[in-house]
Design a protein around this ligand. Structure first.
Ligand code: UD1
Length: 416
């Protein structure tokens, strides 16, 4: 098992280019199933979640190749509508393939993605919406079989603005008959990116980014060449990393509006932020103020940045709290940070960070993607050597965290 080995104490400084967004590109790759054509996805990150998605599509019969950082996907020929069980189990977000396959084949079989590191993660909203669109759903043991003779547009009121359910409904609706309206839709930038990609393929959609999305079904879509938006969570992670070490960083290829919930918090803590054309610069004073954080759906503070902020708050004198509103099991790094010397308590969905305590390097274990990145951040300021195990979680979403942080002056290496 590979590990990251970090020598703490280096101040980060320098410039990084932010890669394409994981959470934008995964539904876009799923959406290519709908166009029965060739698609070029530019600025596609080479992360393990993307590699699993590619494998799933290949198993369905698609032809896929990399041309540098462009992913070329030919979905003209499909051999099956049954999704590979072991691959689906590796990646919970493979559930978005359901909507795309319904639009393409009218039939799909997928294994229940099951629980994950963040807790139960049900898919009731996805399945209820598909049923409203005239999909018959039957469950056999772990497998879900969906079939429709005629995919029908519908009005869907989501009881929670789920990102994945909103995407699944959009994917099912673009080639269905009539109009679909999604009320209380998720408003994340990745939803807008999916809409923009689908429009580039000839779909009729509007409203992404607002709580109401309108989709007029069309008979056919075509291929497109499309550049994915930058990853706002990777940008946020590196901003937090620089702030941890009281460093300064220039990020290129960042959409400022997408990271505003994160930069607002960093500014409240005392960081200085300068917006640039297609990027931003952060500088950090020696003393940062502790602040409280509450996670919410976009445009609120993203749950995917909660762990990194927890690590950063461990470097502040004031006692602070983090309230996690989205996922039940998203405080798994607390035990690891405590091993390093942090003073944190969890009560229900709130973590209490009881002010500054020096962190010491030790061996800690990544248990989920963002938590793993947050532990790397802790290693940057810990005294001595920190070894992060189970880095496969981090590799799901960071193309090259070792090279990126090294470029900024961190002493970090991967030990195989
Ligand atoms: C997506 C992101 C993930 C991010 C999350 C919230 C991708 C690939 N993943 O995950 O990184 O942390 O949004 O911003 O884009 N829920 C239900 N029933 C459902 C679906 C969801 O109860 O059918 C609940 C979930 O348990 C959770 C909440 O809704 O508590 C948010 O989940 P959702 O927005 O669906 O997140 P994902 O799409 O899974």
């Amino acid at each position: 098992m590979s590990q990251y080995v970090i020598e703490g104490g280096k101040r980060l400084e320098g410039e990084l280019q932010i890669e394409g967004s994981k959470n934008a590109v995964l539904p876009i790759i799923a959406a290519t199933l709908l166009n029965e054509d060739i698609t070029y996805i530019r600025n596609c990150p080479k992360i393990s979640d993307v590699k699993i998605m590619i494998q799933i599509l290949k198993e369905l019969g698609c032809h896929i190749e990399w041309q540098d950082h462009t992913l070329v996907i030919d979905t003209r020929h499909l051999a099956t509508y049954v999704l590979n069980e072991s691959l689906v189990k590796k990646m919970r977000s493979s559930i978005i393939l359901l909507g795309a396959l319904m639009g393409r084949c009218g039939e799909a079989q997928i294994n229940r993605p099951g629980g994950c590191q963040l807790g139960a993660r049900p898919i009731d909203l996805h399945l209820d919406a598909l049923e409203k669109m005239n999909v018959m759903i039957s469950e056999m043991d772990e497998a879900i079989y969906c079939k429709t003779l005629h995919l029908q547009g519908a009005t869907i009121n989501l009881k929670f603005p789920s990102v994945g359910a909103t995407e699944n409904i959009m994917l099912a609706a673009v080639r269905s008959e009539g109009i679909t309206v999604i009320h209380n839709a998720a408003r994340e930038p990745e939803i807008i990116d999916l809409q923009d990609f689908l429009i580039a393929c000839g779909a009729k959609i509007k409203g992404a980014g607002t709580p109401t999305i309108l989709i007029q079904g069309v008979k056919k879509l075509r291929g497109a060449s499309y550049e994915v938006i930058p990853d706002r969570i990777i940008a946020g992670t590196y901003l937090a990393a620089a702030a941890m070490t009281r460093g300064s960083i220039r990020l290129k290829n960042v959409c400022y509006a997408h990271v505003k919930a994160i930069t607002d918090k960093l500014e409240m803590m005392g960081c200085k932020m300068v917006q640039e054309n297609n990027g931003l610069v952060l500088s950090t004073p020696q003393i940062l103020r502790g602040i409280d954080i509450v996670t919410e759906p976009y445009p609120g503070f993203p749950t995917d940045m909660q762990s990194q902020m927890m690590t950063l708050l461990c470097t502040c004198k004031e006692s602070t709290t983090i309230k996690e509103n989205l996922f039940e099991a998203r405080f798994k790094i607390v035990d690891e940070l405590k091993k390093m010397g942090a003073d944190i308590e969890v009560k229900g969905c709130t973590a209490y960070i009881n002010g500054y305590k020096p962190l010491y390097g030790t061996t800690i274990c990544a248990k989920d993607l963002r938590g793993g990145a947050a532990l790397v951040l802790a290693g940057l300021v810990a005294e001595g050597t920190t070894t992060v195990e189970h880095i496969e979680h981090v590799e799901r979403g960071y193309q090259n965290i070792v090279a990126d942080l090294s470029k900024l002056g961190a002493k970090i290496q991967e030990r195989k």
